[in-house]
Design a binder for this molecule. Structure first.
Ligand SMILES: CC[C@@H](C(=O)O)C(=O)SCCNC(=O)CCNC(=O)[C@H](O)C(C)(C)COP(=O)(O)OP(=O)(O)OC[C@H]1O[C@@H](n2cnc3c(N)ncnc32)[C@H](O)[C@@H]1OP(=O)(O)O
Ligand code: CO
Length: 133
């Protein structure tokens, strides 16, 4: 894993959280994007080499809606940038981590993504991201 690509934050109201993070970070978000496959609308802020990804559910089946049914708004996942997502999945599987989707799926911001179950990673939902070529 090469660096933290982004920190995902589950929010109830993207507009309000955009305003809040704009004030906090002293800059505007650089993009918003709906990812249909995950039923989320995202907003990205660049912070140095990494990003903050705000996530609002677009429907009740979204993982973000389910998360916010049980927990307050806050850090939802940490995403790591990887060079070869297939090799990394194989390595992590061999190390005993529980892979939630072995076939990478379409993420936001031109990425392929794979998730690891938080039960196997000290309670932290981990996302692997590979830039699409
Ligand atoms: C925008 C696209 C992409 C990107 O490009 O960046 C994204 O970031 S999409 C982000 C949203 N998508 C996902 O989160 C996909 C992966 N997540 C899942 O598959 C599920 O959410 C889950 C992690 C498997 C949990 O689903 P489920 O088992 O149905 O939920 P439960 O509520 O029953 O939880 C079981 C267990 O896990 C704990 N949990 C759930 N979510 C998290 C979390 N984000 N961080 C830490 N722990 C989490 C939950 O508390 C339960 O624990 P116990 O209560 O102790 O059993
Ligand atoms: Co993410």
């Amino acid at each position: 894993m090469r660096k933290i690509e982004h920190i995902g934050i589950a929010v109830a109201n993207l507009d309000k959280s955009n305003e809040l993070f704009c004030k906090l970070l002293g800059k505007q978000h650089f993009k918003t994007e709906i990812v249909e496959g995950e039923s989320v609308e995202t907003s990205f802020f660049q912070v140095g080499d990494a990003k903050i990804e705000l996530l609002q559910a677009t429907n009740a089946d979204s993982p973000i809606a389910k998360y916010l049914d049980k927990k307050p708004e806050g850090v939802h996942h940490i995403a790591f940038d990887v060079e070869d997502i297939h090799a990394e999945v194989k390595r992590l599987k061999g190390e005993g981590f529980e892979i939630l989707n072995e076939t990478p799926k379409e993420g936001a911001d031109n990425k392929l993504v794979v998730f690891l179950h938080p039960k196997s990673t000290n309670g932290v939902l981990v996302e692997l991201c590979q830039e699409k070529v």
